[in-house]
Design a protein around this ligand. Structure first.
Ligand code: SF4
Length: 320
């Protein structure tokens, strides 16, 4: 049986592209690329793979992705999303898998002109060229609007059963979802944190301070973040669950109310006593109390001290 490799974002469009190609008798191996800014495979993805009969696996590209995020050759989209460079990277990785799985071509869920930049015709061509995959990337949802790919020319894929969807409308995809028996409709794309403006502020701060690492990116997904100095950041738990995650996941310096009625703060980087005290005042602010007794815990050592809340102006100044 012929095989194809699919870029799988977890969104509806990539799922549909897999089902279109499967309906032409192909085996599909779906790849979910972990950039650090998209979620890993969810239970729902595994259920779809089982229900519709395709293989699915995750590939960690975080180290390579961080490099392009710092300085993308083709720049950023509306936020900090380096979509063109990101797609080139994913396709280069997928190309390696073509040989490994003895597959004939790569499919993506891209829809012509659905996104402002990376899905314009000229960029689809550019991406293909940069990944050195000319004629080997099939976009089943928009294929009829694009030049025939190698598998179409060779007749192993029937172009008549591909689609001519373009633009931002969702109607054709929803109709296709119905046709293929997709009951719960996933989002159009997989949900990348680099398209979220408030998350991007925190990423930008790491880039600016030369602290963009896998570990620091993971920390951005929890709590409120404060830049106290060039070298020191405070992460403030927003609820009981986040407080517990901070305490259990990390080692180092923590600050929290002695009666535990308020946030846990975890300090990241290098910091002075004055910066620890600033974080303690932030703790008092979010505990909504002056004269608050806090515990400052450095590894296993604890001290107790009383602090008033920091002013709102200073909170705004430190908040990322
Ligand atoms: S939205 Fe995120 S995951 Fe998707 S192509 Fe752009 S940078 Fe990559």
């Amino acid at each position: 049986m012929h095989k194809a490799i699919a870029l799988y974002s977890g969104g509806l469009d990539s799922l549909l592209s897999i089902l279109i190609i499967k309906s032409q008798g192909f085996d599909v191996i779906a790849l979910r690329f972990l950039t650090g800014f998209v979620s890993p495979l969810k239970k729902r993805d595994i259920i779809y793979a089982k229900k519709f009969g395709f293989e699915i696996s995750e590939i960690d590209i975080r180290k390579k992705f961080i490099k392009i995020l710092k300085n993308p050759k083709y720049g950023y989209g509306k936020n900090l999303n380096p979509c063109i460079d990101c797609k080139i990277l994913m396709l280069k990785e997928a190309k390696e898998k073509l040989f490994e799985f003895n597959a004939s071509f790569i499919i993506t869920g891209e829809v012509l002109s659905q996104r402002p930049m990376s899905q314009k015709k000229e960029f689809l061509t550019l991406i293909e060229k940069e990944a050195n995959l000319q004629g080997l990337i099939l976009r089943p949802l928009s294929a009829k609007l694009l030049p025939p790919t190698k598998p179409e020319v060779e007749g192993i894929i029937n172009r008549d059963f591909l689609y001519d969807i373009w633009g931002r409308t969702r109607k054709p995809q929803l109709a296709l979802a119905k046709k293929f028996g997709i009951e719960t409709i996933p989002q159009p794309a997989g949900g990348c944190l680099l398209t979220d403006p408030s998350f991007c502020k925190k990423v930008n701060d790491l880039i600016k301070h030369n602290q963009l690492t896998i570990e620091n990116i993971e920390m951005l997904k929890i709590g409120r973040h404060f830049r106290i100095s060039e070298k020191c950041k405070a992460i403030v738990g927003r609820d009981e669950k986040e407080n517990e995650i901070l305490l259990n996941k990390y080692k180092g310096t923590f600050i929290y109310p002695a009666d535990r009625k308020g946030p846990v703060i975890f300090l990241v980087g290098d910091f002075s006593q004055e910066e620890i005290y600033t974080a303690a005042k932030i703790c008092a602010y979010y505990s909504k109390r002056n004269n608050l007794e806090v515990i400052i815990r450095v590894n296993e050592e604890e001290i107790r001290k009383i602090f008033d809340a920091i002013s709102k102006d200073r909170i705004v100044k430190y908040r990322i």
